[in-house]
Unconditional design. Structure first.
Length: 408
């Protein structure tokens, strides 16, 4: 038996335990300073010692007995942090690794460095494919097509990469270049190509609009991002120029997003008055109001369904409370609590999302775990399951309601 090796392993145990303990302490400090802003009374109690000792003991057992040697210390520390937040018992709170945090903030901002293409993975074969390509964006201009199999990114095989890892590999800085190796069938022959693509800032399109029959305007809000309010404003102005007499706003399958964006859109629609109250443990109550700098004075119908949640429920519920729209569809999801994301970039890396409060509609009612009940309930009966298709009976009902309002 090699006693020197055993000694080295014991020293490694102590060293790794110190790393894990330090990470736990770091997370606790950040939670205290960024969330509470003060040092609670229990800071000098046995809590920190208990966490440190547990982490050290667990790490020693893993290092000594776990059958694989390629254990990532970074991943273990990240999942330890995830476990701390998981212990809150709140499904909406989370610890984010650096890549998860970046992905989350990109989705909130609606702007990110990229190529304008999405990737999907075959769950059985684990092979990666280009799922969609945005028209006019770098990937499309370079010749990437939906359905292409993605073999390599900058020469690295994609086989063992997760989708999140691939996204991080592709999302370089604006102006840099990424090379995708793809495979596709052309004229009956499978060909392989290296396609060089220059990274650009991609602006997410979260708003879609068009004119319907009978001079009815239609705006679909897929999600609320930082860019959504400006996109909504442009869509509304375009429909006005086309002579809309009323507006349908579709927030079905909209899971929410930025509350600030939602409030900004409501401010475009409603005259002066209360919009929403945000009740927060950290900063107290905050009341959002519309400024009356502009408002929409034509009939509105809002479409919701069971997947309409959070900011989309605030949007529909505020219009309902203010008597500014008829809500139709089915009861919404019922998420009336607020999450705040804190960056840990200057400390442990990544970020933390915590539930920090709840919001109340203008009437003072809460929709959390209750949802919004439509003014006109209509179950979806379309066979294509595609919202906005010809057999979308909820859309048909919304048009009927809006036409009746215009004519009445």
């Amino acid at each position: 038996m090699d006693h020197s090796n055993n000694s080295n392993r014991e020293m490694k145990h102590i060293y790794i335990s110190g790393i894990i303990s330090g990470i736990f302490l770091c997370l606790i400090v950040i939670l205290l300073l960024q969330i509470f802003g003060v040092i609670p009374k229990w800071w000098n109690t046995d809590f920190v010692k208990d966490v440190s000792e547990r982490a050290g003991v667990v790490q020693q057992y893993v290092d000594k007995y776990y059958w694989k040697d390629d254990v990532s210390e970074q991943e273990m520390s990240e999942y330890a942090a995830k476990g701390m937040i998981s212990a809150l018992g709140d499904k909406y709170s989370a610890y984010y690794t650096e890549s998860e945090y970046n992905d989350t903030m990109n989705s909130v901002e609606g702007e990110y460095p990229g190529i304008g293409a999405s990737i999907r993975m075959d769950t059985e074969t684990k092979r990666k494919y280009i799922d969609s390509v945005q028209e006019g964006k770098p990937a499309a201009r370079a010749g990437v097509k939906a359905g292409d199999e993605l073999l390599k990114v900058d020469g690295q095989e994609t086989t063992d990469k997760t989708l999140s890892e691939l996204v991080q590999m592709i999302q370089k800085k604006e102006g840099e270049t990424v090379v995708l190796t793809i495979s596709r069938t052309e004229n009956g022959t499978v060909v392989q190509k290296d396609i060089s693509i220059k990274i650009e800032t991609i602006v997410s399109q979260s708003v879609n609009s068009r004119m319907l029959e009978g001079e009815l305007g239609y705006i679909q809000i897929e999600r609320f991002e930082k860019v959504t309010a400006d996109q909504f404003k442009s869509a509304l102005a375009s429909l006005e120029k086309q002579g809309q007499k009323g507006l349908i706003v579709d927030v079905r399958d909209n899971g929410g997003g930025s509350l600030e964006s939602c409030v900004a859109i409501l401010d475009q629609i409603l005259p002066e008055g209360k919009l929403i109250t945000e009740k927060s443990k950290g900063s107290g109550d905050k009341v959002y109001t519309s400024t009356d700098k502009e408002h929409f004075d034509k009939p509105i119908v809002v479409l919701i369904n069971g997947n309409s949640a959070s900011a989309s429920e605030v949007f529909a519920g505020t219009l309902q409370d203010r008597g500014a729209a008829v809500i139709t569809g089915v009861k919404s999801f019922g998420k009336g609590i607020v999450q705040t994301i804190y960056s840990l970039e200057n400390s442990c890396g990544g970020g933390i999302k915590l539930t920090t409060g709840e919001y109340l509609l203008p009437s003072g009612r809460s929709i959390h775990e209750v949802g919004l009940t439509p003014d006109v309930e209509v179950e979806y009966e379309g066979t294509t399951k595609k919202l906005g298709a010809e057999d979308d009976n909820q859309m048909t009902k919304a048009q009927e309601i809006l036409k009746a309002q215009i004519e009445g």
